[in-house]
Design a protein around this ligand. Structure first.
Ligand SMILES: N=c1c2ncn([C@@H]3O[C@H](COP(=O)(O)OP(=O)(O)OP(=O)(O)O)[C@@H](O)[C@H]3O)c2ncn1[C@@H]1O[C@H](COP(=O)(O)O)[C@@H](O)[C@H]1O
Length: 115
């Protein structure tokens, strides 16, 4: 099984590749073709892939759910590039929530009068 670090690295790596396609030739890069169409188009593609993904989940097709999930992640990264959001922005938000929103952390705070 892949470690969480390797999984996160591949997202950062793929983001950098997509970012490098921003002004690339749309005839040789699918990302460049999508990015040239603007953020409405990249959002629309993300939505389409997300719907395909949820259909595979709802119908119990685990193998297709994996491939559709990869499509969703790719299109999420394309959407971030077109909107000027970086993976670090999102990782920081996740870390912030991990420190403040966990059920266990909330319970610990509420039972500790000093918190
Ligand atoms: N991970 C992906 C990836 N996942 C999905 N897709 C593409 O996303 C598209 C989605 O499928 P669709 O059937 O909706 O495509 P379509 O009908 O051509 O869509 P339209 O844009 O015409 O609406 C397919 O053409 C897939 O090839 C991807 N295209 C590229 N990558 C990676 O992105 C990186 C850069 O790729 P290029 O930009 O092509 O150089 C490379 O590392 C690639 O491996």
């Amino acid at each position: 099984m892949m470690s969480p670090k390797i999984s996160a690295d591949i997202l950062n790596q793929l983001y950098e590749t997509i970012l490098s396609r921003k002004n690339a030739d749309p005839n040789t890069s699918y990302s460049a073709k999508l990015l040239a169409k603007g953020s409405k188009k990249t959002a629309e593609k993300f939505g389409e892939e997300a719907v395909e993904c949820l259909i595979e989940c709802a119908t119990g097709n685990q193998k297709e759910l994996i491939t559709e999930s990869a499509d969703v992640l790719y299109h999420l990264l394309v959407m971030w590039v077109s909107a000027g959001v970086s993976p670090d922005d999102v990782w920081q938000e996740l870390h912030r929530r991990e420190g403040t929103s966990g059920i266990a952390e909330k319970a610990a705070r509420s039972s500790d009068p000093l918190k």
